[in-house]
Every structure is written in C-alpha cells, then in structure tokens.
Design a protein around this ligand. Structure first.
Ligand code: 1HN
Length: 354
C-alpha cells in the first residue's frame, strides 16, 4: 500500500506533520541541524575591498548634499556584499566612512555600541569623549567606548575622513541597544586635550580613590596616536624577523587590564617588510583591514586582491589569508576577537607551507 510514491511515504507524512506544526511556530531540528552546527565556520560574508579614492569621491558628493548636523553622522556604510540589508561588514561588526567638513559639528550622543575611529585623512578635527577632546591626525586610533558621550568637530581648514568601526550587529544580536542625545551640540569641556594620556597613558594611573581618578577605571584611554604606534611597530621591525604568519604585529591595549581596547573589539597593526609574504593563516575573527602605508596583495582562499594605500579590506571568518608586501606594508585591523576570546570561541589555524 505504502509504495515510495504513495501519499503515506515517510516523507509525505513528515511533510504533513511540518505543515500542521508550522502555524504554531514548531519546526523539526533534523531538517536543519547540519546547517546550524557546521564542522567549521561557513560565513555568508564575503571577502571585499573598497578602493579609498572611489569611496572618498562619493562621500565628498554627499558632503555637498547634506550637512553633518542634518545627518547626525554623515557616513557611508561599508556593507558586506554577502550580508545585504544588514549594515554589517562582518556578522558582528559594522564599518563606515565618515566625513566632517570645516566648521561642522557632529552632535553629542552616547549609545551602548562601542566605536573606534581610524583616521583616513585630514588633521585637526576633534572627537570629544565625555568632554575631553582628542585632536585627530592621519592613522590615529580614537575610541568611544560603550555609553561614553561623544561629539565631533572640525575647526581645521580641510575635510576630515575617518573609518568608524562599531559592534552594532553584536549589540543588535543581544537586543541591547540604548542611545541618548545630549541637549547641547557639544559636551561641556571637562579636560584639556592630552589630559587622559598624561594620567593613564604612560604606565601610570591616578592613585585609586584619589581626586585625580577622572576617567572610567576599566577603560580610561581613548587616543592612540599614529606617531606613537608607528614608532613601536618600526622598532619591532628593526629588532627581529617578522612572524611568518602575521609579519610584525602589535595589538592596541587597554592599560587598565592588559586586554583588548574594548569589550567586544580588538585592534592591531602589522608591518610587512618589502617583498615579504606571510604563510597562510585563518582565524574565527572576521577582520577589517586598512592599508596605512605601501601596497601589496591579499590572497584569500586563493583569490588575489590588490591593496593600495587607504584601501579597506574585509576578510571573513576562517578564510585563509596570505599577505604579500609589494613595498613596506603597514596595516591596521580590527575584529571581534575581544568578544570571541571571552566566549571561548576564538580559534586560529596556521599553515606551515604556502
Ligand atoms: C556613531 O555614534 C558615530 O559617533 C558614527 O561618529 C557612526 C553608526 C551607527 C551608530 C552610531 C559617531 C555610527 C554611530
């Protein structure tokens, strides 16, 4: 009776069961288990490079059409082509290019998303964090950690462009977004530029409990100037051979605990001597890279992408990355490694042959 094409085959009976359950929001795990629990990461996100010159031209055109104040933040989102409609550059992270023109102010707000700014061009604009300005120069890293007030201003004579890196998709995942606007366009000044660097940035901190303990103790530092990180990176490069998988690499540090810069986001810089090629490496932290200096090629799972100065490249989780330096190559990168380490998820795999 129950022939393979009959109405009572197992498949037909299961399908009838699924159809009955579906309106009550009940589904069979066995139909989706293999896709839910994969033996290795299968990221829907894609490797993608944005050419700086091209993105910059569109951003400047937006600058003619809408003010920073009207937009609140005048930003072009770098959306991963494999994650359409999500405003995400990786499943956990966001990236955007922000423009602030001379005389403009991006008004003060705070939110539960953590943000970093990596300066692409221009000098002299400020990001104020809880009322203390960071005066920004090319390739500086500036943080606006979770729930700290921040506004931007550009008193300089030229346009200022930086890359925004935020944990927006992570906060969305946890349904934990809160945001507030300050009633004033800018936070009242609380300290002169450089105050936090002096108190917290030189292997010192205000004596615990003293009146000098001004910043949040768990995450005090928010400005990592290019001059200083570059000097450290080049000293490392002069002192020893590059790591075979990474080149010379330094991570930005939260001095309060020796950990990554923010609870969800880690950032680092790399140096590859001219002509150096790394061995392939894969890691679970999909990473956004900025080319700070030089040119080269990224080979991701065998596919080559040329890299020029200020280009932005996203490499998804668990894709094999080889970097080839056509000249001295300096890269900045950020990822969700900080969150993955806390959750016991981070893994990397290093090939021993090209
Ligand atoms: C934000 O606060 C900034 O402060 C930039 O410059 C981009 C994207 C989404 C949510 C908040 C900024 C942002 C953002």
């Amino acid at each position: 009776m129950d022939g393979p094409t009959g109405a009572n085959t197992q498949a037909a009976q299961l399908e009838a069961l699924y159809a009955e359950m579906r309106p009550r929001s009940l589904y069979p795990l066995w139909e989706v288990l293999a896709a839910l629990v994969t033996p290795t990461p299968r990221s829907p996100s894609q490797t993608h490079r944005w050419t700086y010159a091209e993105a910059r031209a569109w951003l400047l055109r937006a600058g003619d059409l809408i003010s920073a104040e009207q937009a609140e933040r005048r930003v072009l989102i770098l959306e991963n082509p494999g994650l359409p409609g999500t405003s995400a550059v990786t499943p956990s992270l966001y990236a955007g290019l922000q423009l602030i023109l001379p005389g403009e102010v991006a008004p003060c707000h705070r939110h539960t998303q953590c943000a970093l700014r990596f300066v692409m061009e221009g000098s002299g604009a400020t990001t104020s964090v809880d009322g203390e300005p960071a005066v920004m120069h090319p390739f500086d890293l500036v943080l606006t950690p979770n729930w700290q007030w921040h506004d931007h201003g550009n008193p300089s004579a030229g346009p200022m462009i930086w890359l925004d890196g935020l944990d927006i998709p992570t906060v969305r995942h946890f349904d934990a977004s809160f945001a507030e606007k300050l009633d004033l366009p800018a936070h009242p000044p609380t300290a002169p530029a450089g105050d936090t660097a002096a108190r917290y940035g030189h292997n010192l901190r205000p004596f615990r409990g003293s009146t000098a303990a001004r910043r949040p103790a768990a995450l005090p530092l928010f400005h990592y100037p290019h001059d200083s990180w570059r000097q450290s990176l080049l000293a490392l490069a002069a002192a020893e051979a590059p790591d075979p998988h990474l080149g010379h690499a330094l991570e930005f540090l939260n001095p309060a605990d020796g950990g990554p810069i923010m609870p969800t986001i880690a950032a680092h810089v790399r140096h590859l001597p001219a002509g150096f090629t790394t061995l392939p490496r894969r890691a679970t932290d999909g990473t956004v890279f900025v080319v700070v200096e030089g040119h080269g090629t990224a080979v991701v799972d065998g596919e080559e992408t040329p890299l020029a100065e200020r280009d932005i490249l996203v490499v998804p989780s668990w894709r094999s990355l080889t970097l080839q330096a056509g000249s001295r190559l300096i890269l900045f990168g950020y990822s969700d490694r900080a969150a993955q380490e806390k959750l016991g998820l981070f893994r990397e795999s290093k090939a021993h042959n090209p």
